[in-house]
Write a protein that binds this ligand. Structure first.
Ligand code: ZN
Length: 261
């Protein structure tokens, strides 16, 4: 994983995904450059205390960095529903909201955006079939296996082969900070094997296991290993800052030219 700085924007890229032609992806932190060597806040979430116009300006800046595709957002509810943007669909606006916590498309120039403040965003791509997905998986989504269900939907709808999928798990609560003090009530017992010391859970490991259970090759999965709560100066963190914190975002987009870099 490495930082890219371009046009006053900073974003993270996974080496495994950056190596694929015809694909753009990035994870945008809570700050951007101000053009004079300093930083300005870069909140991408509505209803977090920032003016909507400012959030949309930030979103447009993010979309432009990705190449200016149609932005597709998810109406995230910590569930396991999946929104599919069909290549034949015609947008009625300059952006799209789909119901679900996972987004899938095989259409190029469509930017799948997941917003987070501690939850995982999990990026998936089948570079042969050219299908991408972006999944919002917090602890509630993890317990509903939204990641595994997304792989199943990619297979059913687009004929994706799981063993070809390249996957990446973004910055999110690590096993150092994913504390569930009421886990005996909130977490089914068959997940208790992911409990580490105290009431801490390793949801990164759970996502990896959910992917491999669907047939993804272990060597095709990258995890950032970056805990949001341990890095509050870089990422918004709900656990660290409460409900009024902002949202950072991850984005994945197929390019029109499958060989383009
Ligand atoms: Zn941590």
């Amino acid at each position: 994983m490495h930082w890219i700085t371009k046009h006053n924007l900073h974003y993270l890229q996974f080496s495994s995904l950056a190596a694929l032609p015809g694909l753009w992806h990035g994870i945008f932190p809570r700050f951007a450059g101000n053009g004079n060597g300093g930083w300005i806040p870069f909140n991408l979430g509505l209803n977090c205390g920032d003016d909507d116009l400012k959030v949309w300006a930030n979103r447009r800046t993010m979309i432009a960095a990705a190449g200016g595709g149609l932005p597709v957002f998810a109406r995230q509810v910590h569930g396991a529903a999946i929104g599919i943007w069909d290549p034949a669909d015609v947008p009625v606006s300059d952006h799209v909201y789909l119901d679900g916590d996972a987004l899938i498309t095989a259409a190029p120039d469509v930017a799948l955006v997941i917003q987070s403040a501690d939850c995982q965003s999990v990026l998936l791509v089948d570079p042969v079939e050219r299908v991408v997905a972006n999944v919002h998986s917090g602890w509630r989504g993890s317990l509903q296996n939204v990641v595994g269900r997304t792989v199943q939907a990619m297979v059913a709808r687009f004929g994706v082969r799981p063993e070809r999928l390249i996957c990446a798990i973004g910055p999110s609560l690590g096993p150092c900070c994913a504390e569930l003090i009421h886990y005996r009530q909130e977490v089914p017992a068959h997940y208790w094997g992911y409990r580490r010391e105290g009431d801490l859970f390793d949801f990164w490991r759970l996502s990896i296991d959910q992917l491999t259970a669907e047939g993804v090759a272990p060597g095709h999965i990258s995890a950032s290993g970056i805990c949001t709560r341990c890095n509050p100066h870089v990422f918004f963190t709900y656990r660290g800052e409460g409900p009024r914190t902002g949202r950072f975002a991850s984005l994945i987009q197929l390019k029109k030219d499958p060989h383009g870099n």
